[in-house]
Every structure is written in structure tokens, then in C-alpha cells.
Design a protein around this ligand. Structure first.
Ligand SMILES: [Zn+2]
Length: 122
């Protein structure tokens, strides 16, 4: 989020209405995956292959990368188009959910800053 206080000039009523709308419409997708889909072109193991000279590398290969503990990553090679499609949808589902959660958190932060109760009915 580039804007630090996007709701600074929004009325408390509108913030509450927006939050109620987000909470009502929020659906947690069963596809969720917190990961990144990356495309890679790679060199093979044959030293004589064109990919080791100026020729094109092999690929694209698709990996689903998932951050674990600090500095650790789990990388899964996706072997079929179906896996790639599912991974793409899952990552998008997570990003959408995160956007909604981020907006609710921003609204709550602004409400708290104004001294408003967070649980008040809209
Ligand atoms: Zn090669």
C-alpha cells in the first residue's frame, strides 16, 4: 500500500458501511495458496547443448515458490498445465483475500485512531 492513510478524509459512517460491505461479501476461497508462480528458462545438464552457448535456454518451467521460515523457500515444479492453471488461480485467490483483509485492517486502524469503537453496528 503506497498511501499511508487512504481513509483520512472519509467519514466514519462511510468507513463503517464499507467495512460492513467487505465483511458481508468476503468469502474464503478453498483454493487459497500463499505463494508465487514463477516462470524460468534453464540450462540443461548437457555441456554440448545450445543452451550453454548463445542458444535459447529450455522452458518455460513453472514453479510455485512458497516462503517458509526466514530465508527459506519451498519450490514446487508444476508439471502439467492443469497444475499451472490451478496454481495461478490459487495465488490470485490469496491476493484477493489479502486485499480485502488489508482494507478492513486499514479501516479498523483509522476508526481506532479516531477513538471510535471497532465493533459498533454500521
Ligand atoms: Zn540444453
Amino acid at each position: 500500500m503506497s498511501r499511508i492513510r487512504p481513509f483520512k478524509s472519509t467519514s466514519t459512517l462511510v468507513l463503517r458501511q464499507r467495512k460492513a460491505h467487505l465483511l458481508r461479501s468476503f468469502q474464503l476461497s478453498p483454493q487459497l495458496l500463499h505463494a508465487s508462480l514463477v516462470e524460468r528458462f534453464l540450462k540443461c545438464g548437457k555441456a554440448s547443448c545450445r543452451c550453454h552457448a548463445q542458444g535459447p535456454k529450455h522452458g518455460p518451467f513453472y514453479y510455485l515458490n512458497r516462503c517458509l521460515a526466514k530465508g527459506q523457500m519451498q519450490s514446487l515444479l508444476l508439471k502439467s498445465q492443469d497444475q499451472i492453471d490451478q496454481a495461478r488461480q490459487s495465488v490470485a485467490a490469496f491476493n484477493q483475500a489479502q486485499q480485502v483483509l488489508d482494507e478492513i485492517c486499514q479501516i479498523n486502524h483509522e476508526l481506532l485512531r479516531r477513538g471510535e469503537p471497532l465493533l459498533a453496528a454500521s
